[in-house]
Design a protein around this ligand. Structure first.
Ligand SMILES: Nc1ncnc2c1ncn2[C@@H]1O[C@H](COP(=O)(O)OP(=O)(O)OP(=O)(O)O)[C@@H](O)[C@H]1O
Length: 259
């Protein structure tokens, strides 16, 4: 199944101030439908703040966010989620005692009418709805390579697999735009590769747009169609990874971080 109605995300002039500090300063960001877009930049550049604005956790002091015809700018997080914007966090937020399958069912909560985990009455309609959702969750588990772990409690899985289960859970909400906050943080080489493959496969299979915050330039070059670079709250470059990597302002920003 492919999402056919993925709109463009267009953020314009995003500005966020905390006390005396301007965390985002007139940032523009356009995410083409179905693209994999990386948001990068040195520590404190404003990446998380940008995610928090896109998902409604923070309200911008100025600027706007449009997702197709929808104006997201002043909407609370649950309304933004209802429009098909899902997000993962840097820290794992799975229920450790629940199986992978049940964690994925929690991800489908937004789409269920009967309340799938509490279908205690076992009414036929609730049962068939639950079956349908479990089948879809298993299909999504397949896209991100965690299908073999469906029966295992999330807490018993290795770190890299748990992070992919989290990705699957976010996908279970059938988002049209997925925001991934440092999806490979803390992973070793093979886990990074598995996650990169999972992200690409999910995007290809579901046709959604993905924005990911990432530090590792090699990973960005491998994965992203387009990159936006922030530094001190400003957008200093945007474009395809190859061009952005060679941009003198980007090189300066990253060298500055190392010194
Ligand atoms: N809630 C807040 N209150 C005050 N200052 C904040 C808050 N959130 C972020 N900041 C500041 O805003 C700036 C941008 O922070 P942000 O976390 O968005 O950067 P980042 O690019 O995500 O950094 P990192 O890569 O270290 O996660 C930083 O100077 C940070 O200290």
């Amino acid at each position: 199944m492919t999402a056919t109605d993925v709109p463009e995300l267009v953020a314009t002039g995003l500005t966020v101030r905390f006390a005396g500090l301007t965390a985002l300063d007139g940032v523009d960001l356009t995410v083409r439908p179905g693209s994999l877009h990386a948001l990068i930049g040195p520590n404190g550049a404003g990446k998380s703040t940008c995610f928090n604005v896109l998902s409604g956790v923070y309200r911008a002091d100025a600027g706007s966010v449009r997702f197709g015809d929808a104006e997201l700018t002043a909407l609370p997080p649950h309304r933004i989620a209802a429009l098909g914007v899902a997000r993962t966090f840097q820290n794992i937020a799975l229920s450790e005692r629940l199986s992978t399958a049940d964690n994925l069912m929690l991800g489908r909560h937004r789409l269920t009418r009967a309340g799938v985990l509490s279908a205690g009455l076992r009414l036929p309609r609730a049962r068939s709805e639950e079956r349908r959702h479990r089948a879809r969750a298993a299909e999504i588990a397949e896209f991100v390579g965690v299908a073999e772990h469906l029966a295992v409690p999330a807490g018993a899985l290795p770190y890299g697999v748990r992070k992919r289960v989290e990705l699957a859970r976010a996908l279970c909400a059938e988002p049209r735009l997925l925001l991934l906050d440092e999806p490979v943080a803390g992973m070793n080489g093979p886990e990074r590769h598995a996650m990169a493959r999972a992200i690409r496969q999910a995007r290809d299979a579901l046709g959604l747009s993905v924005v990911l915050v990432e530090h590792d330039m090699a990973m960005v070059a491998r994965l992203a169609d387009e990159v936006t670079v922030l530094d001190f709250g400003r957008r200093i470059a945007a474009g395809p990874p190859d061009r952005v990597r060679r941009d003198p302002a980007v090189i300066r920003a990253y060298l500055g971080e190392q010194s």
